[in-house]
Design a protein around this ligand. Structure first.
Ligand SMILES: C[C@@](CO)(OP(=O)(O)O)[C@H](O)COP(=O)(O)OP(=O)(O)OC[C@H]1O[C@@H](n2ccc(N)nc2=O)[C@H](O)[C@@H]1O
Ligand SMILES: Nc1ncnc2c1ncn2[C@@H]1O[C@H](COP(=O)(O)OP(=O)(O)O)[C@@H](O)[C@H]1O
Length: 280
C-alpha cells in the first residue's frame, strides 16, 4: 500500500457571480488548503475492478464513492484496465464545506498517475477532475488560489500570512446542490479582482465573505451561533466555509487557537480542529 494525504480546504471568500445555462454558478473564490487530512492508501492488485474501503463511517462504497469514480475515470482515460484497492481513513467531516470528497478524488488522480507512471500533466488531471467535482482542480493545483468559472480557473495567490484557523463542524451535513438551489441572487458583481496580500492577518479578515452563508445559516441558526462563539473565544474574524456547515475562525495566536478548538469541541456532536494553512 502507498499512502497519500488529502487536505481539507476553506473558502476565505466566495462570491457567486451568476447562474449559468448548465445550472452551475460562476464564482470568484479565494481558496486555501489547511492541515486537516484524510489518509488515502492505494495498491495495484491482481485482477480488474476498483475497491474502496472506508472503516467506521457510512460513506458510499463502490461507484458511489468519489475516490472510486476518480480511479475509474483515470484508468479509462489511460485506456488501461487494472485492479485498484483504495482504503480511506476519513478525518475531514463529510458534506461540511471542507472539500473532503474533492480532495480524496484529486489525491487518487495524482497518486495513481504516479504509481502507474501514466505521465498525465497537472492540466490533464484537472480536466479529468473537474468532471468529478468543481473543487477537484483546486486540489491538483496545490497552491492558495483565486478560483473563477465554476472553480476550475485557478490563479496562484501569494503573500498570505502565517496564522491559525479553528474549524468548527457542528455536526450538520449540508448538501451543496441544495444550497445553490436555494440561493437568491441579487446582483452579479463584475468588479472583483484577485486580492493582493503583504502578509498581515488584517488583510485576511478584510477579505472574509461568503454569498452562500445566508442560505445555510437561515436553515441552520447554529451557524450564526458558532460564529459568535468563535469571536468570543478570540477569533479576529469568522466565516462559514463553502456551502457549510463548517465555520472557521481566524487566529493570529496558536495557543489561543488550540484553546478555542478544545472549548468548541466540547459541545455535543461538534468537531473542532486548530489547523494551519498549507502555503507552498
Ligand atoms: C461550495 C463549494 C465552494 O468551494 O464547496 P463545498 O461547500 O462543496 O465544499 C463548491 O462550489 C462546490 O464544489 P463541489 O462540491 O465540488 O461541487 P459539485 O460536486 O461539482 O456540484 C454539486 C452541485 O453544486 C452546484 N454547483 C457547484 C459548483 C458551482 N460552481 N456551481 C453550482 O451550482 C451544482 O448544482 C452541482 O450539482
Ligand atoms: N470519499 C468521499 N469523501 C466524502 N464524501 C464523499 C466521498 N465519496 C462520496 N461522497 C459523498 O459526497 C458528498 C459531499 O461530500 P464532501 O466532499 O465531504 O462535502 P463538501 O462538498 O461539502 O465539501 C457527501 O454526501 C458524501 O456522501
Amino acid at each position: 500500500m502507498t499512502t497519500f494525504l488529502a487536505p481539507a480546504k476553506i473558502n476565505l471568500c466566495l462570491h457567486v457571480l451568476r447562474r449559468r445555462e448548465d445550472g452551475y454558478h460562476d464564482l470568484a473564490m479565494l481558496m486555501q488548503r489547511v492541515s486537516l487530512y484524510d489518509q488515502i492508501e492505494m495498491a495495484i492488485v491482481e485482477g480488474p475492478g476498483i475497491r474502496v474501503r472506508c472503516d467506521g463511517l457510512t460513506l458510499p462504497a463502490g461507484q458511489g464513492n468519489i475516490a472510486a469514480r476518480a480511479a475509474e475515470a483515470l484508468l479509462r482515460r489511460a485506456g488501461m484496465s487494472r485492479g485498484v484497492e483504495i482504503v480511506i481513513e476519513k478525518n475531514i467531516p463529510v458534506a461540511a464545506g471542507l472539500g473532503g470528497g474533492s480532495s480524496d478524488a484529486a489525491t487518487v488522480l495524482m497518486g495513481l498517475n504516479q504509481m502507474l507512471e501514466l505521465g498525465f500533466s497537472p492540466a490533464q488531471l484537472m480536466e479529468t477532475g473537474v468532471k468529478l467535482g468543481a473543487d477537484v482542480p483546486f486540489f491538483i493545483f496545490r497552491h492558495a488560489a483565486w478560483a473563477t468559472g465554476i472553480g476550475e480557473n485557478l490563479e496562484r495567490v501569494v503573500g498570505l500570512p502565517p496564522l491559525w484557523y479553528v474549524l468548527v463542524n457542528p455536526g450538520l451535513e449540508v448538501s451543496t446542490a441544495w444550497v445553490y438551489q436555494n440561493l437568491r441572487l441579487t446582483s452579479g458583481r463584475d468588479d472583483l479582482r484577485i486580492p493582493r496580500f503583504s502578509g498581515t492577518v488584517e488583510e485576511i479578515v478584510n477579505v472574509l465573505h461568503n454569498d452562500l452563508e445566508n442560505v445555510t445559516a437561515a436553515r441552520f441558526p447554529l451557524i450564526g451561533q458558532v460564529k459568535r462563539q468563535l469571536i468570543d473565544l478570540g477569533a479576529e474574524g469568522a466565516l462559514m466555509s463553502g456551502s457549510g456547515s463548517t465555520v472557521f475562525g481566524v487566529f493570529s495566536n496558536g495557543d489561543r487557537a488550540r484553546a478555542a478548538a478544545e472549548e468548541m469541541g466540547r459541545q455535543p456532536g461538534f468537531r473542532a480542529f486548530a489547523v494551519k494553512p498549507i502555503n507552498d
